[in-house]
Each structure stands twice: as C-alpha cells, then as structure tokens.
Design a protein around this ligand. Structure first.
Ligand SMILES: C[S@@+](CC[C@H](N)C(=O)[O-])C[C@H]1O[C@@H](n2cnc3c(N)ncnc32)[C@H](O)[C@@H]1O
Length: 214
C-alpha cells in the first residue's frame, strides 16, 4: 500500500498514528463498497477513497452518513468541538472561523473537499438510525461505524447494518472507540450485546477498534 493517512489541514477523529492503523486494517480486506457512519470533516473519507482507488482503480463506492449539523437524538451529547468548531491550532481557528467562515462538518464543505471523487461517493445527511433503514445501497463490504456513540444509537446502527450486510459473507464491521470505555461507555456495551446475540466473533485492535467479520 502506497497511501499514508493525511489530515489535509482539517480535523479528524483518527489523530496521530491512528489513521495509518485504520488504513492498514482497511487495506487488509481490500473492499470495493465502503460505508462510513460519522463522516465528520471528511478526512477519513478522503483517505479511504484514495486507498480504494489504489485497490480498485475507479470501480469503487464510498457512502458516508452524518448529521452534518442536524439535531441528534436526546440521548446523544453533542461534543463541543462540533458545536463551536474548536481548533487547538490558532492559525486554523483564524483561517476557518474568521477568513473562510467555513464549517468543516457541513455537507457543503465535505462535498467540496471530496469533489475529486464525486463519481464514487454518496453523502447522506441525517440520523444514521433513520438513514440506514432506507439505505438502498447493497454489496457493502466494509463499514466503519463512528457516528453517534450512545448505547441506543450504536446498538440500533449495528442491527440495521447487519441486516444490510449479513448476506455478504466476509464483510467487515469496524467500530471505533470500543475500548475507550472509561469515558465512552455506550459503544462497548452495544457491541458486546450485538456480538453475543448474533453469535459473531470480535477482535479488538490496539485497544481501540472492534472488528467483526460477518
Ligand atoms: C467522531 S466523529 C467521526 C469521525 C470520522 N469518522 C473521522 O474519522 O474523522 C462523529 C461524527 O458522527 C456524527 N454523528 C453523531 N451522531 C450521529 C447520528 N446519529 N447519525 C449520523 N451521524 C452522527 C457527528 O456529526 C460527527 O461528525
């Protein structure tokens, strides 16, 4: 694999070497149809598209679901970094909040950022618990679940995704923040319950990602 995870001077949930750890996992499975729940600023989406193009030439699909600023459900706490677009780097803060006045987690900003791959991507704005019920895309072979982190949202997402991909043996469901249970407790509880009920195997990677192969 020639691709290295880049942040493109935006914000990402996969900081430091986590982006590369993540890309290595994706590359192991060589997917063609990828679903990301929780697109945020599109950085992981862009890296995934670069990798999928290297693997499949132009024959790939990326589907991303995000609230893109819409109101979440009652049990979900909207983090401050989303509400106020905070940056630790003051230059970035000045550039995005005062010069460009661009919300990097908006549908428009992410669409513009992923323009290079416009033929391959579908971005959907809305709550994943609702969007996934109506998603018409089949043949998904890799899912990165990184949207809402409450027990209810994750458990519902997992079951809806399972219905879509359970016929495709070998599909991968990768959940972020599984073992960050000291402060994000919902993900681990939801994943454990789901895996037990469906009798699936779970692999925990670097005490962070939960990988389930269908
Ligand atoms: C941790 S960030 C995702 C990080 C991204 N995967 C990355 O690698 O940079 C979580 C994202 O999930 C979105 N989100 C939260 N709850 C959601 C829900 N119920 N449905 C869809 N998106 C949701 C938020 O708007 C936010 O952009």
């Amino acid at each position: 694999m020639k691709i290295t995870y880049k942040t493109y001077w935006r914000k990402t949930g996969l900081k430091k070497d986590w982006g590369q750890v993540f890309l290595n996992i994706v590359n192991e499975h060589k997917p063609k149809v990828f679903l990301e729940v929780g697109v945020f600023c599109g950085v992981t989406a862009r890296n995934v598209c670069e990798l999928l193009r290297e693997i499949n030439k132009n024959e790939f699909k990326y589907v991303g679901i995000d609230l893109f600023g819409q109101k979440s459900s009652e049990d979900e706490v909207v983090p401050d970094y989303l509400k106020k677009q905070k940056f630790s780097n003051p230059l970035k803060n000045f550039f995005y909040n005062f010069i460009l006045r661009e919300n990097l987690n908006s549908y428009e900003s992410v669409k513009k950022f992923l323009k290079k791959f416009s033929k391959n991507i579908t971005l959907i704005e809305g709550n994943s618990n609702i969007v996934l019920k109506n998603l018409e895309i089949n043949n998904i072979d890799f899912v990165f679940l990184d949207g809402g982190h409450s027990f209810k949202t994750v458990y519902e997402d997992l079951n809806l995704i399972y219905k879509k991909i359970c016929n495709k043996k070998g599909s991968v469901l990768l959940c972020d923040d599984y073992d960050d249970s000291s402060y994000i407790t919902g993900v681990k509880k939801a994943v454990d319950k789901f895996v037990n009920e469906k009798n699936l195997k779970l692999e925990v990677i670097r005490s962070r990602f939960a990988k389930i192969i269908i």
